[in-house]
Ligand binder design. Structure first.
Ligand SMILES: [Zn+2]
Ligand SMILES: [Zn+2]
Length: 427
């Protein structure tokens, strides 16, 4: 038994002994090529710098003017929270909460948790609540949507410049830096380093071997910290997260979520996303209707982005997940790497569909109850937001390890030299 750090690939379940890594090096799964670990250089110091700057910029985005617009003598100025406030005052409290959570509250919580945790690690002291926060961090990552919101703001500005004069405020400038620092912090926070720094690495279970799946040995990789555990243990020996062995129950849950998203996709397309009331009358624009209006006004780039994010991506994601679920129930011993690429794609692209919901929120906030025209959010915005969230949860519940159950155990060489102590875990 080597004293190396062992991992079961979270996507294909293959057990590997990690090599000793230097800063800037990464280890990949020999079977499905998923990156298992990337060793950052002096992560604690850099994360503290980025997270601190990000939190400072977040505080700066709140009080000042975010966007201002003027049209035929009417001036309107909004702060960041007005995007949520506009939804709230139009009787969509759920959408208001969604915007406040994904843009300000969860990212703020993430940055504070990161500062607290990494400060404790850098000072080599133990502070209360660190294990809970460390478990929470990886779960929060997909729900931080500031980058998607920023693209939504840029699209809203692009849409409105045709009919009004739009100016960006100081708060918007701070917001851009906030997004930049947050994205950098998220990319640097990695569970492998974090848990090693907090609780070091316990030895792998006895009789575990590399070059086979964990399931075939009665083992499971911890979804939170990566440690290899026996299935008989209910919680991870290191981080105390619950251990989930591959099961058909999760496949049923994914199917149920796909069906729910498909049903909601119908009202999301039939009802209006936005209602525009002018002196000349009322215009209801659905997702596709909005795209056609953009094409008529020759905003081809914006039309393409909205059409892709709101129409193609959700359908493609529902189809891809259905196909993967079907494959998981009928495993075939071939071309699984390509399927893994499909699966990874469904995980990455889904959140970008939220763009149109953010565009509606910003447009409504800017053009609320104007004298010449008013814009209101439609029922489709809520249905569509639900589709995006449900498909995101569906790809999280999908257990890609099931795709590999029929794939043979072609022997992959595992280098087992070196020990845990030799690794450079610089702070
Ligand atoms: Zn793998
Ligand atoms: Zn764990």
């Amino acid at each position: 038994m080597s004293s190396r750090r062992w991992r079961a690939c979270p996507e294909c379940d293959w057990v590997t002994a990690l090599p000793v890594l230097k800063a800037g090096e990464s280890a990949h799964c020999p079977r499905c090529e998923r990156e298992l670990v990337y060793r950052h250089d002096a992560p604690a110091q850099r994360i503290l710098a980025y997270a601190g700057s990000g939190l400072f910029m977040l505080l700066l985005t709140l009080p000042f003017s975010f966007l201002a617009f003027s049209m035929t003598g009417i001036n309107q100025e909004i702060v960041l929270f007005d995007a949520a406030q506009a939804m709230f005052s139009n009787d969509w409290p759920i959408l208001a909460l969604l915007i406040a959570l994904t843009i300000v509250i969860l990212p703020g919580l993430f940055l504070v948790a990161v500062l607290y945790l990494y400060a404790a690690i850098a000072m080599r002291t133990s502070l209360p609540g660190t294990l809970f926060l460390a478990r929470m961090l990886s779960g929060l990552k997909p729900w931080l949507m500031t980058d998607v919101f920023l693209l939504g703001v840029l699209i809203s500005i692009g849409k409105l410049t045709g009919m009004a004069h739009v100016e960006i405020g100081w708060s918007f400038v701070a917001f851009c830096f906030y997004v930049l620092f947050l994205v950098k912090t998220v990319s640097l926070v990695d569970a492998d380093w974090l848990w090693f720094a907090l609780l070091h690495e316990p030895m792998p279970p006895e009789n575990a071997r590399t070059g086979a799946t964990a399931t075939s040995q009665g083992l499971t990789g911890c979804p939170t910290c990566g440690l290899l555990n026996k299935n008989s243990e209910k919680a991870c020996r290191r981080c105390q997260a619950s251990i989930v062995a591959p099961s058909s129950f999760r496949l049923q849950a994914t199917w149920a979520l796909i069906i729910a998203a498909t049903i909601l996709y119908v009202p999301a397309n039939l009802y209006p996303m936005m209602t525009t009331v002018t002196i000349g009358g009322t215009i209801y624009s659905t997702i596709l209707g909005g795209v056609l209006q953009l094409i008529e006004s020759e905003s081809y780039v914006i039309a393409t982005i909205i059409f892709t994010a709101s129409f193609i991506v959700p359908i493609a994601k529902i189809l891809a997940l259905s196909y993967l679920c079907w494959l998981a129930a009928h495993p075939q011993p071939m071309a699984t790497k390509r399927r893994m690429r499909l699966y990874r794609m469904t995980e990455v692209i889904g959140r970008w569909s939220m763009i149109d919901v953010f565009v509606v929120a910003i447009t409504v906030a800017l053009m609320q109850a104007g004298l010449i025209l008013s814009i209101y959010p439609g029922a489709a915005a809520a249905a569509f937001a639900a589709v995006v969230i449900i498909t995101m949860i569906a790809s999280m519940t999908f257990d890609s390890r099931l795709l590999w159950t029929a794939v043979g155990t072609t022997e992959q060489g595992a280098d087992t030299s070196g020990t845990i102590e030799q690794e450079n875990y610089g702070r």
